[in-house]
Design a protein around this ligand. Structure first.
Ligand SMILES: Cc1ncc(COP(=O)(O)O)c(C=O)c1O
Length: 469
């Protein structure tokens, strides 16, 4: 990826929103009231919000102009046809179903495709994807490629699925149980790493040979296409849109959260080739989301999406976004904090386990670092470590630690400038200078599913010789 600093965004800022700067005391109180779970903070208590890149981007003047044309007819709205044609043109799939966001698409697709006892295989299931597979009674199984286990390796496609393991599973005694293979592009659960076209193609071939449906979870289809263009031999001369279209062609269908690369606050879709599966999904959609020409979205949302899907594949936009994330990674690494390598686009993953060796996984070092970023700088982010992925007993004690203790800094699209990112790096530098002052946490209460969203915690007492954070 080019680190050339002369990659300004291909837009200028026209509408701005103030951000709050709380005092250290106010932040301490806010975090305590939130049960030490950043998901429970109020947006007006946050200076830089890197919790998610989902639905948090800025829209363009052209999107807002299109929104004014939104046709809110209950059925057959003009906005629906504009959206449908744009998605058909991009993906090549004949059947398009709109949904209000990605997980609604997951629920509908999995509900129509998966049966209890089956296995859904992925390079890595995203958390809601994992939960929606489980809700059908099927088993989610991740088969990430071996390179993904080395956080420091600069292998270009650490988001790939392990083709040897996939072949072994499909050909082995459990092969008949595999009901779906779902490739997440880019791999959000594993360091925002991209998936190569060669890997998508080979996985699709294996699935066809075994008669298993092969789908994409394509929330970041444009960013994956950009990284393919930059890193995979043979793609440098193709446009991101051509590469994305090719990826869609290699699969039987896709489920997409459009809150990322749709460049909108809300939206999602299911796109398919199979007529019977489309019929089943459509019936479910109408019963639970809305009629099949709006699927829980307003006409103005469909208009913003149709325009956003064009803007997101602009090479100038993708080049500047990739370069901006890479610059942030460089600043963070320069202050002594390691990130999962190589930098992806939508997020950076801090290696909290390495930065805070005085905290064991039972003390949730990723969560501790995330809380410290808030306490020191009003920065909100998400843990991706043992709090999120670890196995707990009935007393909420960690029994199986996650493989890594990471913190995800998600980068909203078209929202923050390099000056905001310099601030983030400066706050991290302060933590990296005295990491031993960061305290661990313990769980007070936790829900059974999707723990990280609603868990409540408290800080552990400072260790010997450690001043209070
Ligand atoms: C890879 C992936 N799949 C699915 C989803 C779910 O999408 P939504 O939040 O729109 O329900 C997300 C959301 O972050 C995601 O990153």
């Amino acid at each position: 990826m080019s680190l050339d600093p002369i990659t300004p965004p291909p837009y200028r800022i026209k509408v701005v929103e103030p951000i709050p700067f709380l005092s250290a005391d106010e932040r301490r109180q806010a975090l305590a009231e939130a049960g030490y779970n950043p998901f429970n903070l109020r947006a007006d208590q946050i200076t830089i919000d890197l919790l998610s890149d989902s639905g948090t981007g800025a829209t363009s003047a052209a999107q807002e102009a299109a929104a004014a044309l939104g046709d809110e007819s209950y059925a057959g709205a003009r906005s629906w046809f504009r959206f449908r044609d744009e998605v058909r043109d991009l993906t090549g799939y004949p059947h398009i179903l709109p949904v209000h966001q990605g997980r609604a698409g997951e629920r509908i697709l999995f509900g129509s495709l998966l049966k209890a006892g089956q296995i859904c295989v992925s390079n890595t299931h995203f958390d809601t994807t994992h939960a929606n597979v489980r809700l059908t009674g099927a088993e989610p199984r991740d088969l990430p490629c071996p390179e993904a286990a080395d956080l420091d390796s600069r292998a270009p496609f650490k988001g790939n699925i392990d083709l040897v393991a996939l072949d072994r599973l499909l050909s082995g005694p459990e092969g008949h149980r595999v009901g779906l293979v779902l490739m997440t592009i880019t791999n959000n659960g594993l360091g925002a790493q991209p998936v190569s076209m060669a890997n998508i193609e080979a996985a699709g071939r294996l699935c066809r040979r075994h008669g298993v449906p092969f789908f994409l979870d394509a929330a970041r289809f444009a960013e994956n296409a950009w990284l393919v263009r930059e890193r995979e031999p043979g793609y440098g001369h193709r446009s991101p849109r051509q590469i994305a279209t090719r990826a869609f062609q290699l699969a039987d269908g896709c489920v997409v959260s459009l809150k990322k690369d749709g460049l909108t606050a809300i939206g999602g879709l299911i796109a398919l080739r199979d007529d019977a599966l489309h019929g089943a999904c459509e019936a479910n959609l109408i019963a639970t989301e809305g009629f099949s020409t709006y699927g829980g979205l307003a006409g103005h949302d469909l208009e913003r999406l149709a325009q956003g899907l064009r803007e997101v594949v602009d090479p100038a936009y993708l080049r500047s976004r990739a370069a901006s994330t890479a610059r942030l990674a460089q600043m963070i690494n320069d202050v002594g904090v390691d990130t999962v390598q190589p930098a992806g686009i939508h997020a950076l993953y801090l290696n909290a386990g390495r930065l805070l060796p005085h905290l064991s996984p039972r003390e949730f070092p990723g969560h501790s670092l995330g809380c410290q970023l808030y306490l020191d700088g009003g920065i909100r982010c998400a843990e991706l470590g043992s709090l999120y992925l670890g196995g707990m007993d009935d007393q909420n004690q960690l029994v199986t630690p996650a493989p890594f203790e990471l913190v995800r800094l998600a980068i909203p699209r078209r929202v923050y400038t390099d000056a905001h990112f310099e601030y983030v790096a400066t706050v991290l530098a302060g933590i990296a200078k005295a990491p031993e002052r960061v305290r661990g946490y313990r769980i007070l209460s936790s829900p059974p599913l999707l723990r990280h969203f609603k868990v409540r915690l408290e800080p552990l007492p400072a260790g010997p010789g450690v001043t209070s954070a």
